[in-house]
Write a protein that binds this ligand. Sequence first.
Ligand SMILES: Cc1cc2nc3c(=O)[nH]c(=O)nc-3n(C[C@H](O)[C@H](O)[C@H](O)COP(=O)(O)O)c2cc1C
Length: 191
Amino acid sequence: MSSNYIKSEDSLPEIKRTVFDLLKRAAADNRSAMHFVTLATIKNDTPNLRTVVLRNFNENDQAAIIYTDERSSKVHELKENKNATILAYDKGHKIQLKLIGEAHVHHQNDLALSHWLNLKGGKEAYNTTKAPGSEVKSLERAHTFKKEFDEEHFAVIEFNIKVIAVLQLNGSEHIRVCIDLKNNKSSWLVP
Ligand SMILES: Cc1cc2nc3c(=O)[nH]c(=O)nc-3n(C[C@H](O)[C@H](O)[C@H](O)COP(=O)(O)O)c2cc1C
Protein backbone atom coordinates (compact mmCIF):
# COMPACT_ATOMS: atom_id res chain seq x y z
CA MET A 1 0.00 0.00 0.00
CA SER A 2 2.79 2.42 -0.77
CA SER A 3 1.70 3.53 -4.25
CA ASN A 4 0.88 7.19 -4.38
CA TYR A 5 -2.50 8.52 -5.46
CA ILE A 6 -1.04 11.54 -7.23
CA LYS A 7 1.53 11.00 -9.98
CA SER A 8 4.21 13.56 -10.86
CA GLU A 9 2.79 13.86 -14.36
CA ASP A 10 -0.80 14.53 -13.19
CA SER A 11 -2.37 17.86 -14.15
CA LEU A 12 -4.13 20.09 -11.61
CA PRO A 13 -7.62 18.99 -12.82
CA GLU A 14 -6.51 15.33 -12.52
CA ILE A 15 -5.31 15.95 -8.97
CA LYS A 16 -8.64 17.56 -8.08
CA ARG A 17 -10.45 14.49 -9.46
CA THR A 18 -8.18 12.18 -7.44
CA VAL A 19 -8.80 14.14 -4.25
CA PHE A 20 -12.58 14.10 -4.75
CA ASP A 21 -12.48 10.32 -5.34
CA LEU A 22 -10.34 9.90 -2.25
CA LEU A 23 -12.84 11.81 -0.11
CA LYS A 24 -15.78 9.83 -1.51
CA ARG A 25 -14.02 6.55 -0.74
CA ALA A 26 -13.02 7.79 2.72
CA ALA A 27 -16.68 8.43 3.56
CA ALA A 28 -17.97 5.19 2.07
CA ASP A 29 -15.34 2.77 3.41
CA ASN A 30 -14.65 2.47 7.14
CA ARG A 31 -11.32 0.77 6.33
CA SER A 32 -10.11 3.88 4.54
CA ALA A 33 -7.39 5.76 6.40
CA MET A 34 -9.36 8.96 5.95
CA HIS A 35 -12.66 7.62 7.31
CA PHE A 36 -11.64 9.12 10.65
CA VAL A 37 -10.63 12.74 10.40
CA THR A 38 -9.74 15.52 12.79
CA LEU A 39 -12.22 18.37 13.06
CA ALA A 40 -10.85 21.64 14.40
CA THR A 41 -13.07 24.40 15.74
CA ILE A 42 -12.39 27.52 17.75
CA LYS A 43 -13.23 27.48 21.47
CA ASN A 44 -13.01 31.06 22.67
CA ASP A 45 -9.61 31.90 21.16
CA THR A 46 -8.13 28.42 21.30
CA PRO A 47 -8.21 25.69 18.63
CA ASN A 48 -10.18 22.62 19.76
CA LEU A 49 -9.72 19.33 17.93
CA ARG A 50 -11.34 15.93 17.96
CA THR A 51 -11.63 12.78 15.84
CA VAL A 52 -14.88 12.35 13.92
CA VAL A 53 -16.19 10.02 11.25
CA LEU A 54 -16.43 11.35 7.72
CA ARG A 55 -19.96 10.19 6.84
CA ASN A 56 -20.33 11.59 3.37
CA PHE A 57 -18.65 13.75 0.75
CA ASN A 58 -20.91 15.38 -1.79
CA GLU A 59 -18.97 16.49 -4.83
CA ASN A 60 -21.71 18.71 -6.24
CA ASP A 61 -22.22 20.59 -2.97
CA GLN A 62 -18.50 20.36 -2.18
CA ALA A 63 -19.53 19.42 1.32
CA ALA A 64 -18.55 16.84 3.91
CA ILE A 65 -21.01 15.41 6.41
CA ILE A 66 -20.34 14.58 10.07
CA TYR A 67 -22.80 13.28 12.67
CA THR A 68 -22.80 14.48 16.24
CA ASP A 69 -24.82 15.26 19.35
CA GLU A 70 -26.27 18.76 19.29
CA ARG A 71 -25.37 19.12 22.99
CA SER A 72 -21.64 18.63 22.31
CA SER A 73 -19.03 21.36 22.64
CA LYS A 74 -18.23 21.33 18.95
CA VAL A 75 -21.80 22.34 18.14
CA HIS A 76 -21.68 25.23 20.60
CA GLU A 77 -18.34 26.29 19.15
CA LEU A 78 -19.60 26.13 15.57
CA LYS A 79 -22.63 28.20 16.45
CA GLU A 80 -20.26 30.86 17.80
CA ASN A 81 -17.85 30.58 14.88
CA LYS A 82 -18.66 28.57 11.78
CA ASN A 83 -15.06 28.58 10.50
CA ALA A 84 -13.58 25.12 10.86
CA THR A 85 -10.91 22.84 9.42
CA ILE A 86 -10.76 19.11 8.82
CA LEU A 87 -7.44 17.31 8.67
CA ALA A 88 -6.94 13.83 7.23
CA TYR A 89 -3.79 11.78 6.69
CA ASP A 90 -3.37 8.51 4.85
CA LYS A 91 -0.10 7.02 6.07
CA GLY A 92 -0.10 4.21 3.50
CA HIS A 93 -0.31 6.64 0.61
CA LYS A 94 1.55 9.48 2.34
CA ILE A 95 -1.09 12.04 1.57
CA GLN A 96 -2.47 14.76 3.81
CA LEU A 97 -5.64 16.73 3.08
CA LYS A 98 -6.61 19.89 4.90
CA LEU A 99 -10.17 20.98 4.25
CA ILE A 100 -10.87 24.56 5.16
CA GLY A 101 -14.48 25.68 5.27
CA GLU A 102 -17.63 26.67 7.08
CA ALA A 103 -19.72 24.30 9.13
CA HIS A 104 -23.49 24.48 9.45
CA VAL A 105 -25.34 22.48 12.07
CA HIS A 106 -28.59 20.78 11.08
CA HIS A 107 -30.76 19.75 14.01
CA GLN A 108 -34.39 18.70 13.92
CA ASN A 109 -34.80 19.63 10.29
CA ASP A 110 -35.43 17.58 7.13
CA LEU A 111 -31.76 16.98 6.41
CA ALA A 112 -31.02 15.77 9.95
CA LEU A 113 -34.09 13.54 9.91
CA SER A 114 -33.18 11.93 6.57
CA HIS A 115 -29.70 11.07 7.86
CA TRP A 116 -31.17 9.76 11.11
CA LEU A 117 -33.54 7.48 9.24
CA ASN A 118 -30.65 6.13 7.13
CA LEU A 119 -28.39 5.57 10.13
CA LYS A 120 -27.99 1.84 10.69
CA GLY A 121 -26.13 1.46 13.99
CA GLY A 122 -24.67 3.55 16.80
CA LYS A 123 -27.89 5.42 17.58
CA GLU A 124 -27.15 5.14 21.31
CA ALA A 125 -24.29 7.65 20.87
CA TYR A 126 -26.86 10.41 20.46
CA ASN A 127 -29.19 9.17 23.20
CA THR A 128 -27.32 9.53 26.48
CA THR A 129 -29.52 10.98 29.20
CA LYS A 130 -26.96 13.65 30.00
CA ALA A 131 -25.15 15.84 27.53
CA PRO A 132 -21.74 14.64 26.26
CA GLY A 133 -18.98 16.01 28.46
CA SER A 134 -21.22 16.26 31.58
CA GLU A 135 -19.55 15.19 34.80
CA VAL A 136 -21.08 12.09 36.43
CA LYS A 137 -20.37 10.31 39.70
CA SER A 138 -19.48 6.93 38.18
CA LEU A 139 -18.73 5.21 34.89
CA GLU A 140 -22.08 3.46 35.18
CA ARG A 141 -23.88 6.78 35.23
CA ALA A 142 -22.00 7.83 32.14
CA HIS A 143 -23.74 4.97 30.35
CA THR A 144 -27.36 5.81 30.93
CA PHE A 145 -29.50 6.14 27.86
CA LYS A 146 -32.96 7.34 27.01
CA LYS A 147 -35.57 4.58 26.83
CA GLU A 148 -36.33 5.14 23.17
CA PHE A 149 -33.55 6.07 20.77
CA ASP A 150 -34.75 9.04 18.78
CA GLU A 151 -33.30 12.00 16.88
CA GLU A 152 -33.88 14.57 19.63
CA HIS A 153 -30.16 15.27 20.05
CA PHE A 154 -28.88 14.01 16.71
CA ALA A 155 -27.22 16.68 14.58
CA VAL A 156 -25.64 16.73 11.16
CA ILE A 157 -22.69 18.99 10.53
CA GLU A 158 -22.60 20.09 6.92
CA PHE A 159 -19.07 21.22 6.23
CA ASN A 160 -18.92 23.43 3.14
CA ILE A 161 -15.38 23.20 1.83
CA LYS A 162 -13.78 26.37 0.48
CA VAL A 163 -10.20 25.20 0.05
CA ILE A 164 -8.46 21.82 -0.02
CA ALA A 165 -4.75 21.93 0.78
CA VAL A 166 -3.09 18.78 -0.56
CA LEU A 167 0.34 17.48 0.37
CA GLN A 168 1.69 14.17 -0.83
CA LEU A 169 5.12 13.04 0.28
CA ASN A 170 7.06 11.78 -2.72
CA GLY A 171 10.65 11.15 -1.67
CA SER A 172 12.55 14.27 -2.59
CA GLU A 173 9.74 15.61 -4.78
CA HIS A 174 6.76 16.26 -2.54
CA ILE A 175 3.63 17.47 -4.25
CA ARG A 176 1.72 20.38 -2.72
CA VAL A 177 -1.39 21.78 -4.32
CA CYS A 178 -4.04 24.28 -3.27
CA ILE A 179 -7.52 23.54 -4.62
CA ASP A 180 -9.57 26.69 -4.18
CA LEU A 181 -13.12 25.44 -4.62
CA LYS A 182 -14.71 28.79 -3.93
CA ASN A 183 -12.86 30.45 -6.82
CA ASN A 184 -12.58 27.26 -8.89
CA LYS A 185 -8.82 27.61 -9.16
CA SER A 186 -6.04 25.15 -8.37
CA SER A 187 -2.37 25.98 -8.00
CA TRP A 188 0.99 24.34 -7.37
CA LEU A 189 2.77 25.30 -4.17
CA VAL A 190 6.32 24.80 -2.98
CA PRO A 191 6.05 21.99 -0.45
C1 LIG B 1 -12.47 6.97 16.31
C2 LIG B 1 -13.38 8.03 16.84
C3 LIG B 1 -14.46 8.46 16.09
C4 LIG B 1 -15.31 9.45 16.56
N1 LIG B 1 -16.34 9.87 15.79
C5 LIG B 1 -17.14 10.88 16.23
C6 LIG B 1 -18.15 11.41 15.38
O1 LIG B 1 -18.35 10.99 14.23
N2 LIG B 1 -18.92 12.41 15.88
C7 LIG B 1 -18.72 12.93 17.14
O2 LIG B 1 -19.45 13.84 17.53
N3 LIG B 1 -17.75 12.46 17.96
C8 LIG B 1 -16.95 11.45 17.52
N4 LIG B 1 -15.95 10.98 18.31
C9 LIG B 1 -15.77 11.57 19.65
C10 LIG B 1 -15.06 12.91 19.51
O3 LIG B 1 -13.70 12.70 19.18
C11 LIG B 1 -15.16 13.76 20.80
O4 LIG B 1 -14.51 13.11 21.85
C12 LIG B 1 -16.59 14.04 21.18
O5 LIG B 1 -17.42 14.24 20.05
C13 LIG B 1 -16.68 15.28 22.07
O6 LIG B 1 -16.12 16.35 21.35
P1 LIG B 1 -16.43 17.88 21.71
O7 LIG B 1 -16.60 17.91 23.21
O8 LIG B 1 -15.23 18.60 21.25
O9 LIG B 1 -17.67 18.27 20.99
C14 LIG B 1 -15.07 10.01 17.84
C15 LIG B 1 -13.97 9.61 18.58
C16 LIG B 1 -13.13 8.63 18.09
C17 LIG B 1 -11.94 8.23 18.92
